[in-house]
Design a binder for this molecule. Sequence first.
Ligand code: FDA
Length: 300
Amino acid sequence: MNFLNQLIVRFVKLLPKPVVYLFAKKYIAGKKLEDAVRVVKELNQKNIMATMDVLGEAISTKEEALAAKEECFEVLDAIKNNNLNANLSIKPTQLGLSIDVNFAFDTILEVVKKAASFGNFVRIDMEDSPYTDKTIDLYRKIKAHYPNNVGIVVQAYLKRTMDDVIALNKEGGHYRLCKGIYVEPAEIAYKDRERVRKNFLDVLKRMLDDGNYVGIATHDDPLVEGAYKLLEEKNLSKDKYEFQMLYGVKENMRDKINADGHRLRIYVPYGEQWYAYSVRRLQENPQVAWYITKAVLKLD
Ligand code: FDA
């Protein structure tokens, strides 16, 4: 990483939002639902599925959670009305989990109920570790009502994940498996890159061995290769898993996975609350600082 990139990563929070938006544009569909619908249509034309996400987390009032629920309803309506090949991803704290567990359960249940009425599906994203147990609990309860319309995310960096998966597999899991994006303490999370990769592939194997549907969410070459190998060894039919990637990330890999004939879903975030998500993307891959530089210097 060159000096300029390091500087941008360190001081990104001091940059004016319009400047940050210049690079954010690469990772979000836009600020409006219609932007996300346009992006998903483009993906669908390439035979790529989507999961749509209304950006926003860390809310502090029930009113905000209820407003987020209404936005989720609008996304589900838009998917139906535009005949999109897409489902919905939600963040539990955005729908009230940090305020009141029972309230969040009711709110998320309503979203899943609406999705189910359209034959659609809701993926419950996994946030940081204070919410792991609560999120798994919510998922289990909601799945009892709508077994085919809800899925959960598990994070390979957490040491507990294999145990969680073994337990959840008994009830039939519908998973997205990712590395995990939050900064967690070493007591509960693997810090070594290779150890996280190993756990990812071990957990993936266990999920598939037990016959669960898995969204394999990564852009990491060794993990994609490891997953390919596992799928080949198991001779698994293509309707038993899918790959998942983030919008704007590693499009060459995306096109290769798609061309290889695997199901592929892109996570398409949009919304007015684009800032926190975009800063996380930048901090995760400082190379994208180059996009800011290019945008600011108008090199495009
Ligand atoms: P890694 O971080 O090693 O990336 C591999 C390579 O991909 C990098 O070297 C870089 O080239 C490229 N790359 C990765 N991220 C990039 C970026 N943002 N911009 C540009 N290039 C990038 N996490 C979580 O805790 N809870 C969740 O619910 C989800 N949900 C989710 C959904 C989907 C569809 C995906 C793909 C990911 C998530 N994540 C997540 C995020 C996940 O945990 C993880 O942080 C990222 O996927 C990055 O990890 P990789 O496995 O891609 O490897």
